[in-house]
Design a protein around this ligand. Structure first.
Ligand code: CTP
Length: 409
């Protein structure tokens, strides 16, 4: 997993306070931690620290106005607001706190703040009495009520010669605060920015327009995995065999399919863009060699019917052959006998990172149930058995196992 500030887009707002000299160090530390830093300054800030200093440190042109006075190019604050993973206003003066608490946007910093969809952090800096004034404290409360985060001020000697609270937090502490925030985000949404491909449900292999060969899979386990992956922050593609069930979490892309052939065609091309693929579908291994276009009629009183069956293409094995080193591939095995050795065989044969074993011998496990009991076997020879749980909990166990594996490798 990436270090928490690596490649994060940070919009660094600078206001007019003597503490702005510390912003140079803050900018440097953020860049050193791997962040992309775009500095936005108020006019007053430019009297305390030059845009040249901050553009040199951030390796980007500093923005001080709505339009660049030399090139007449518009500095789009809406784009800035959308680009940022976090906005940090350091130092945040009493004046800017008051303006932003009330939604004033007469400069590019204020307009970027109002356009930002990302979390916003304020590192206030001002003199003791200004900081303690009820008006400032009311503004701070108002900003917090809008879900902004206030990085606590330091206590000590102030530029005025007074001593007390009001010092801007030290640059190292601001970086630690941000890094911690992003670490928590990773913890809550470990798959943010990743794409997860999931197959679920049964497949129906048509014999004629009314009959098919199918299986008893409901799709519940795969749907629970899709829902959990979405909640973990992933972009989710769910290739879903014939079931009336649908994910209850918004934003999952569902491709309904009927047969193993259709599932193959829908899944394989999507794999190249996926970071993770979890194939939970119960795909038919055999399909009628020919599908009759009209309903097959009975012949004679006791004449049976032979349907020649051919093998379907193995989707999981195909993905196993195409798998790149950055991709993770997970399969399922539903076994009745020699469970562990059969599952291990599939794990190796299909080039999987791990396999989820269900035993039909376990009560409450497998098809149709709302519960499941699984054992995970990974390619490093680890084996972990879980209790009988709801499929939603099992889905989280599977994804948590994957997170653990991704941290290690
Ligand atoms: N699978 C697949 N495409 C197929 C068949 C299976 O993607 N045509 C996937 C399933 O989604 C599951 C795993 O492969 O993740 C199951 O492996 P498989 O060898 O098919 O298990 P069984 O059907 O139980 O086969 P066997 O007859 O070998 O027990």
């Amino acid at each position: 997993m990436k270090a928490s500030l690596d490649r994060k887009n940070i919009l660094l707002g600078v206001c007019g306070s003597i503490a702005a000299y510390k912003t140079a160090m803050l900018c440097r530390l953020l860049v050193k931690a791997g962040a992309n830093v775009q500095v936005v300054m108020t006019q007053a800030a430019t009297s305390f620290i030059t845009p040249l200093t901050l553009s040199t440190l951030s390796k980007r042109k500093v923005i001080t106005q709505f339009a660049d006075s030399e090139t007449a190019v518009w500095n789009n604050h809406v784009d800035l607001g959308l680009w940022a993973d976090a906005m940090v206003i350091a130092p945040a003066t009493g004046n800017t706190l008051a303006k932003l608490a009330n939604g004033l946007c007469d400069d590019v910093l204020g307009a970027s703040y109002l356009s930002a969809r990302c979390p916003v952090f304020f590192a206030p800096a001002m003199d003791l009495d200004m900081w303690q004034h009820p008006a400032t404290q009311a503004n701070i409360q108002k900003l917090q009520s809008y879900k902004n985060q206030i990085i606590p001020v330091g206590v000590g000697e102030l530029a005025s010669g007074l001593s007390g609270p009001g010092r801007m937090a030290e640059p190292e502490d601001i970086v630690t605060y941000l890094a911690q925030f992003f670490r928590q985000q990773i913890h809550k949404q470990p798959f943010k920015g990743m794409s997860v491909l999931i197959t679920a449900g049964p497949t129906y292999e048509a014999i004629d327009p009314v009959r098919f060969i199918g299986n008893r899979s409901s799709g519940k386990m795969g749907i629970a995995l899709a829902e959990a992956a979405k909640e973990y922050g992933a972009e989710v593609e769910l290739i879903l065999g014939p079931t009336h069930l649908r994910p209850q979490v918004a934003g999952i892309n569902v491709t309904p399919v009927q047969s193993a052939g259709e599932m193959f065609e829908a899944t394989v091309p999507k794999f190249a863009k996926a970071d993770i693929a979890i194939l939970a579908a119960a795909v038919a291994d055999f399909t009628p060699m020919q599908t009759s276009t009209s309903k097959i009629k009975k012949k004679g009183d006791d004449e049976g019917l032979n349907i020649p069956l051919g093998r379907t293409k193995d989707i999981l094995a195909t993905l196993g052959k195409q798998k790149q080193s950055h991709q993770k591939l997970i399969g399922f095995a539903l076994e009745t006998d020699n469970e562990v050795s059969n599952a291990k065989g599939k794990l190796t044969r299909k080039n999987l990172d791990f396999i989820v074993l269900n035993s039909l011998k376990d009560k409450g496990a497998g098809f149709k149930h709302n519960t499941n009991k699984i054992t995970i076997l990974d390619k490093y020879d680890n084996q972990q058995a879980y209790e009988l749980k709801s499929k939603a909990e099992v889905a989280r166990d599977i994804l948590n196992y994957l997170v653990g594996l991704m941290m290690k490798t």
